[in-house]
Design a protein around this ligand. Structure first.
Ligand SMILES: *Cc1c(COP(=O)(O)O)cnc(C)c1O
Length: 412
């Protein structure tokens, strides 16, 4: 039988891969922090990584393991580690893999908190070069002898720049560099990490996976195509028998166990339920985003719309060729003279709120909120205008969203 599609797997993964007891369709959550072993030797073997099992809730639990199986399956990877938040996944992964003296090539268009964390990483002695990831030439030009990895998002937020993922992946493979991609914007099937030769996929599960604004989580998935024997930062203790597992083992030990940002059992359950409708919600949100982008572009009170699905978007070609969807984030500038906050106050259905990937359509002025701390120069470098409004398009009926904008625009 051919492998079922991603949507089918998302619906059936928990039951089929995790085999919950009693034929339950969800893995039951455990609140247990500790796990008893009848034979002490088994406890010893689990500690030493010779046997699978759980010893302490900060490192692993059945609930977390169940979600990890589901995410690894949908990404097409070999193993996943889950964390308390998306930021925990990103920070724990980087802190467990890199050290002072390493150099990373990083997208200059990044989620604000990730960008802020990278300042901390630089303070710790990791060298970074920020590049325009829409240009493979800029990425290649940034390479140094001590370069370890390239890190980018698929579609950046809020300006929606699309990285040249295929070219970067191919180059990283040739150069034996770790290719790390934050795929929060385009969860499977919209992004095929394996085809783009990604080494590690990072996700905020808080966004589209959870999907309902009710749970925080994060994940890192090893796609199984990176040669960890060529990566000198793996500690001898984690150079376990299967070389493909060296990276995720170190991330689990150094990142999860030592840093301790563990995903709670109940959160793991809520995220796995969210994943069952991920493809449906994503498809609907993407369709709504395309329609809204087209509508907004035709309005004379809107100066500019940023959405990769529009044919005039600078990376429309990359998005069309490399992604299975244009995502559900779109941004726009109102014409000068209309205050973004006053405009957003006139929207009745659209919520003024941060967050993205929700069933509800959300909007906010970005320069004064999520990118306020960055300052105007940094914002300009990211392509963020001072009046830009970002929207995370939800799954509502399209006509209702358009009607909401119609009535709001009529007020100005
Ligand atoms: C939200 C987000 C994160 C952080 O995720 P949290 O779960 O909120 O910690 C990381 N990367 C991107 C692209 C995001 O949108």
């Amino acid at each position: 039988m051919t492998k079922p599609g991603v949507t089918t797997r998302q619906v059936h993964a928990d039951r089929q891969l995790n085999h919950p007891a009693d034929g339950a369709v969800h893995t039951s959550t455990t609140n247990a922090v500790l796990f008893e072993f009848e034979k002490t030797q088994d406890l010893v073997d689990v500690f030493q990584g010779k046997k699978m099992g759980h010893v302490y809730g900060r490192s692993s639990s059945g609930s977390m393991a169940a979600l990890q199986t589901i995410i690894a399956d949908m990404e097409g990877g070999i193993a996943t580690a889950c964390f308390a938040t998306g930021m925990a996944a990103i920070t724990s992964t980087m802190l467990s893999l890199f050290k002072a003296g390493d150099h990373l090539i990083v997208s200059q268009y990044l989620f604000g908190n990730t960008r802020s964390f990278l300042d901390t990483l630089m303070d710790l002695g990791v060298e970074l070069t920020f590049v325009d990831v829409t240009s493979i030439r800029d990425v290649i030009a940034a390479k140094q002898d001590n370069t370890r990895a390239v890190f980018t998002e698929t579609i950046a937020n809020p300006v929606t720049q699309v990285a040249d993922l295929r070219a970067i992946g191919k180059w990283c493979e040739e150069q034996k560099l770790l290719f790390m991609v934050d795929n929060t914007m385009t969860p499977p099937p919209a992004f095929d990490a394996k085809a783009m030769k990604v080494s590690l996929v990072l996700n905020s599960l808080t966004k589209y996976h959870g999907g309902h604004g009710h749970v925080l989580g994060g994940a890192v998935t090893d796609m199984g195509n990176f040669d960890w024997t060529s990566f000198s930062n793996i500690k001898p203790a984690y150079q376990v028998a299967d070389e493909r597992m060296w990276g995720i083992t170190q991330i689990r030990k150094k990142g999860l166990r030592d840093l301790g940002a563990t995903l709670a059992a109940q959160s793991a359950h809520l995220i796995s339920v969210g994943i069952e409708t991920l493809s449906l919600r994503m498809a609907r949100s993407t369709e709504n985003a395309m329609k809204l982008a087209t509508y907004l572009e035709s309005q004379d009170k809107i100066e500019r719309v940023y959405y990769p699905g529009l044919s005039n978007h600078p990376q429309h070609y990359f998005a069309r060729e490399q992604l299975g969807g244009y995502g559900a984030i779109l941004s726009f500038d109102l014409v000068p003279g209309i205050d973004p906050c006053e405009f957003l106050d006139e929207l009745k259905l659209v919520l003024s709120a941060t967050h993205l990937g929700d069933t509800r359509t959300l909007a906010l002025p970005v320069a004064s909120t999520i990118f306020f701390e960055n300052g105007q120069r940094e914002r300009a470098r990211m392509g963020i205008t001072e009046t830009m409004i970002r929207m995370s398009v939800g799954i509502e009926d399209t006509d209702d969203l358009v009607a909401d904008f119609d009535q709001a625009l009529a007020k100005f």
